[in-house]
Design a protein around this ligand. Sequence first.
Ligand code: SAM
Length: 285
Amino acid sequence: MIILLQMILGFLLLGIPLGGLAPAHADEVPYIQTPTNVVDAMLAIAEVGPQDYVIDLGSGDGRIVIAAAKRYQARGLGIDLDNWLIAESRANAAREGVSSKVEFLHQDIFLADFRAATVVTMYLLPEVNLELRPRILFELRPGTRVVSHDWDMGDWEPDRRLVVEAPDKPVGPEKESTVYLWIVPTRVAGYWRGVLAGPGGEESVVIEFTQRFQKATANVWLRRWVLTGSGSIRGDSISLSLQRSSWMPGSKPLSFTLRVADGRLEGEALDGEQRYVLRATRLVD
Ligand SMILES: C[S@@+](CC[C@H](N)C(=O)[O-])C[C@H]1O[C@@H](n2cnc3c(N)ncnc32)[C@H](O)[C@@H]1O
């Protein structure tokens, strides 16, 4: 909230009209540049590499995707409503020798298709982040890294958060920026049917997952007992600690590492010499 007030104050000091900031609409996000060292921090926290396709939503002068292409050989797409900024971005990309790696699109981010991204970057406003959140969660592939300058994503907690000094920041008296990273979690919520194989043989299971962003809880129903537990989701991978029932052999929780892909879930837990394998397919969401 303090940063929002600082940003608003900054806009006023810069003479940028605030008309209708609350509630915000995406076309009212003003043009403010991310300082170069904060761009570096955003690309570093996302661990951008040559395989990546970085899409900056509201790309300004193109600096984020241009830096990603120049420094990490990543491909990039910048999307902005302002045609002048799109023209400037293309000129900047040419000057930096990365025109073959990056594209700029004059479009409203709310109409744009950014599903191909492996990394999404944003310097928008809190309300706009929240408006984009459902699309980020449901359209982007699990594992996509999402980085936001200064604004969070409400009750979707970041996977990482970093405060960096920003002496060149054009807004706010504090001259520092917060960089947030989220990793889009796979969707595991719902019911799954499968098999748990362990030292004693195989048993059919039904798994009930509940999920809140990258946190999950599970009940694994076997014939005579139920395993319950919770875990965290990172991209398409789930680390799940399952507590055994009191009458089940062994006492320590079983720590499963599971992978979810194409409606299938598979992984294992090791308990000393004993190996448990869980395989399941999705029943219903
Ligand atoms: C705060 S600036 C960030 C610029 C750049 N990403 C950076 O970090 O330096 C926000 C940008 O979003 C653009 N913008 C605002 N609303 C938009 C919308 N609905 N669709 C596309 N771009 C938008 C503005 O023109 C502005 O360039």
